[in-house]
Design a protein around this ligand. Structure first.
Ligand code: NAD
Length: 526
């Protein structure tokens, strides 16, 4: 097998490069221009960048075998993630590389406010010795309010405990288990704002969090409170912050991030009770080293066929969860395979229902992706994978719906996939205990192992119908290994699934379809 090739287009820590050399041919070209990259990218299986190199749509479209774009850092503004997704290329980053670094910076801003370090420093350098002006407070015994307890917030919890602080957390998305494990008290935002001596923000900037700290929130805070923002500018309303700081509504603020960066002309910069840093929360040598090591490891994983964990354009599962749901992933693929062979016409809609225990699985999207990948791969020329399957489907105008049902017709879990085309509808349901089983075709219950070659026929359930189909196959030397029938009532329409030992030529399927009392017949190979 050819050795995989990686291009490292920006300077990253040497350790990351060394790690990669174990499994790949590594080209380091940290001065490569955009044009050169477009010309050379076709030779590479992976590219690693920091922020200098722009992985644009043009670069991505010039790539022939690129599987992964890795950003040794957090933000991916320099990568066209949409273009990568369309081409089925993974985009990974290293979000955890900066967690400790940013948490330490937040602690630094807290300390600076508590002991007035930055203004005291300025005063001493101006030749003054104003001891009484810089009376501070101890953190020990004070209450820290953390808004957002993700990767960084968690590291802040660990560090502030060492300072003897009591901790309140507001994060509607964390589990009770995570809060108990860290020994923090989860409260609503109002309680946190009213009771905290220091408030630190570690949420992403979203429509929900934008200006989520504004005039009303400052009104609730203690007059002695400090607020820290090392997350993103725009979470705090800066006009309201200025008023709160200038009027003594709160005691101080520490900002690493601003709505406009640099915050040229901001009134905030005139205030002594504001400590400001120029968005350096993530800037440490250790964070950069870790980012390089983390992404090198992600690229290595992809090369050896393992799942990377920080994929931005695909849901990723931990190995244990993956093992647990694997039978249902295989089932999803089998259902898709069968449907695409049995259905007629252009698919317009794929409708998935997850029933029973499986309905509680939080990442149901993986099954839909598996279904779409399987279906689209068999009808399209372009490669479709778990990354680009939903985008490819959407671009072809296929409507995808997902729903959940707690009831599973007596089974532990069921997956139902229905496809609609311009020529009709077909639905199949299956379950998987140890191995996949098809349990229903349209409204007919069956019990079929989705493996091998099969003829599925709809026929009128009257004496002799089954025999004529069997005879027809026999005439062509095709042996029936297994037969399953499903019907709703005697004499009505029924469905028959015949597992056969040989391939069934198209003209034989046509002959079966032409038999009296046979409404339809299809041949599938799974
Ligand atoms: P994360 O995704 O691990 O954690 C974010 C947490 O916020 C999650 O637990 C989530 O449940 C919670 N959350 C989301 N919306 C919320 C809301 N409305 N109210 C309360 N909680 C909410 O992210 P992280 O890696 O910890 O990063 C946190 C922030 O720090 C991000 O905004 C990130 O961009 C920023 N950051 C800044 C720097 C810097 O240089 N200053 C560096 C890295 C990250």
């Amino acid at each position: 097998m050819d050795k995989k090739k990686v291009i490292i287009a920006d300077q990253i820590n040497e350790k990351g490069i060394e790690d990669l050399k174990e499994v790949a041919e590594v080209v380091v070209d940290t001065a490569i221009t955009q044009e050169e990259l477009i010309n050379k990218i076709k030779d590479f299986d992976a590219i690693i960048v920091r922020s200098r190199t722009k992985v644009t749509r043009n670069v991505i479209e010039a790539a022939d075998k690129l599987k992964i774009i890795a950003r040794a850092g957090v933000g991916v503004d320099n990568v066209d993630v949409e273009a990568a997704t369309e081409r089925g290329i993974m985009v990974v980053n290293a979000p955890e590389s900066t967690s400790i670094t940013v948490a330490e910076h937040a602690m630094g801003l807290i300390m600076s406010l508590a002991r007035k370090i930055s203004i005291a420093d300025k005063s001493v350098k101006e030749g003054k010795w104003e001891k009484s002006r810089f009376m501070g407070i101890e953190l020990n015994g004070k209450t820290l309010g953390i808004i957002g307890m993700g990767r960084i917030g968690t590291q802040v919890v660990i560090r502030s405990k060492a300072f003897g602080m009591d901790i309140l957390v507001n994060d509607p998305y964390i589990t009770e288990e995570a809060a108990t494990k860290l020994g923090v008290k989860v409260v609503d935002k109002e309680t946190l704002l009213k009771n905290a001596d220091v408030i630190t923000i570690h949420v992403p900037l979203t429509p929900e969090t934008k200006h989520s700290i504004s005039k009303n929130e400052f009104e609730l805070m203690k007059e002695t409170a400090f607020i820290i923002n090392c997350a993103r500018g725009g979470i705090i309303n800066e006009d309201a912050l200025y008023d709160a700081l200038a009027t003594g509504k709160i005691a101080g603020a520490g900002l690493d991030v601003f709505e406009n960066e640099p915050p040229e002309g901001s009134k905030l910069l005139e205030l002594d009770n504001l400590v400001a840093t120029p968005h350096i929360g993530a800037s440490t040598k250790e964070a950069q080293r870790d980012a390089a090591i983390i992404v090198a490891n992600e690229v290595k994983k992809v090369f050896i066929g393992e799942a990377p964990k920080n994929v931005l354009n695909m849901p990723v599962l931990d190995p244990e969860t993956f093992q647990a749901i694997k039978p249902y992933l295989t089932l999803s693929e089998k259902l898709a395979d069968l449907l695409i062979q049995a259905a007629k016409g252009n698919i317009t809609e794929v409708d998935m229902t997850f029933c029973g225990e499986l309905a509680d699985f939080p990442r149901l999207e993986v099954f839909s992706r598996a279904v779409l990948k399987e279906m689209l791969n068999s009808i399209l020329n372009e490669p479709v994978n778990m990354i680009n399957a939903p985008t490819v489907a959407k671009n072809r105008g296929i409507v995808i719906t997902e729903s959940k049902r707690s009831e599973a017709e007596g089974y532990k879990s069921l997956i139902k996939v229905k496809i609609k085309s311009d020529e009709g509808e077909l639905s199949i349901e299956g379950t998987a205990v140890e191995e996949p089983r098809i349990v229903r075709i349209d409204e007919y219950w069956v019990n079929v192992r989705p493996k091998g070659t099969m003829v599925i026929a709809r026929y009128k359930d009257i004496p002799g119908s089954i025999g004529t189909i069997g005879t027809k196959l026999g005439e062509h030397g095709i042996n029936i290994a297994k037969m399953q029938v499903g019907r709703q009532e005697p004499g009505g329409e029924a469905v028959m699934v015949l597992t056969v030992d040989q391939k069934v030529p198209a003209d034989v399927v046509d002959e079966i379809r032409d038999l009296e009392h046979v409404y339809d017949a299809v041949y599938v190979q799974l």
